[in-house]
Design a protein around this ligand. Sequence first.
Ligand SMILES: C[S@@+](CC[C@H](N)C(=O)[O-])C[C@H]1O[C@@H](n2cnc3c(N)ncnc32)[C@H](O)[C@@H]1O
Length: 291
Amino acid sequence: MHSVELPVEALPSQPWAQRLLPKRLWSQALLIQCVSMLLMTGLAPGVINSVFAFELRSLGIRLDSVWFWLLPHICVVSVLAKAARMPVWWRWIHVAFPVAVVFMQQVALPASVYFAGFVITLALYWSVHNTRVPFYPSFPSTWRAMHHILEQHADDHSLKVLDIGSGIGDIAMFLAKQRIHDEVSGIEIAPLPWAISAVRAIFSGTSVKFTLGDYRDLDFATLDVVFAYLSPAVMSDVWQKVQQEMRPGSLFVSSEFPVTAVDASRIIYPAVNAPALYVYRIDATPSPSHP
Ligand SMILES: C[S@@+](CC[C@H](N)C(=O)[O-])C[C@H]1O[C@@H](n2cnc3c(N)ncnc32)[C@H](O)[C@@H]1O
């Protein structure tokens, strides 16, 4: 593979809106919401005192109502988000968030409900800003396909299997039930899913173990199979670790997210609507990659 260096003038130029905006998506979103709110508060007195005010009021529209201003606000934030080329789902957040804020203000729930929501969200998502992997559970068809992979790989031997980012422990517990001679474990960084998995393990009647911690601090050298259901953002880092630490002949299996530019040994489709499983067999020499 050889790379070609382009002269600066040949590189695509950034649109002006993007050059003015901060780099991180959440700070772009905050800025866009603030700009639109400033615009609305600037416009409000003018509209309320305008010649149309009487007609609008006679139509039953209350110009001092926050609901009246919500519509232009979500239109403006949507247009600004599009101009900033934010991903589509951020545009939906831009629309849903102000509506939710106004709605929750009207409902006027006690502060303790918000505090409880904050604590639960924190315990569930924990250091997602650092790991870039949120919690979402895998599918039963994925567990069954994973069981099949272990059956084929074990060849009558017992295996040491680890789920990196084990969530509430579904897949590890399923595999431990199916393959009672294997040593199945999971590691999870967020306290709430880990606590749920640890309690479930006690009542599961299996030897499955769940540890609270970061898989990046673990050594994969003694493992036969590592299962991951993480996110595209971390796949190249995980692959580097897998290649450096796992023994030749061991397996790395990723649900839904392939390792970019590395050919999987096998791709398994567990069910029609379930994500694919990418199976990588660790070679003695690093596996060939394509550009
Ligand atoms: C998509 S969920 C998958 C849950 C589970 N493996 C399953 O298949 O149902 C990913 C989990 O990985 C956890 N996680 C993300 N980064 C981690 C890290 N560095 N160490 C341990 N767990 C991590 C998240 O907290 C989340 O619960």
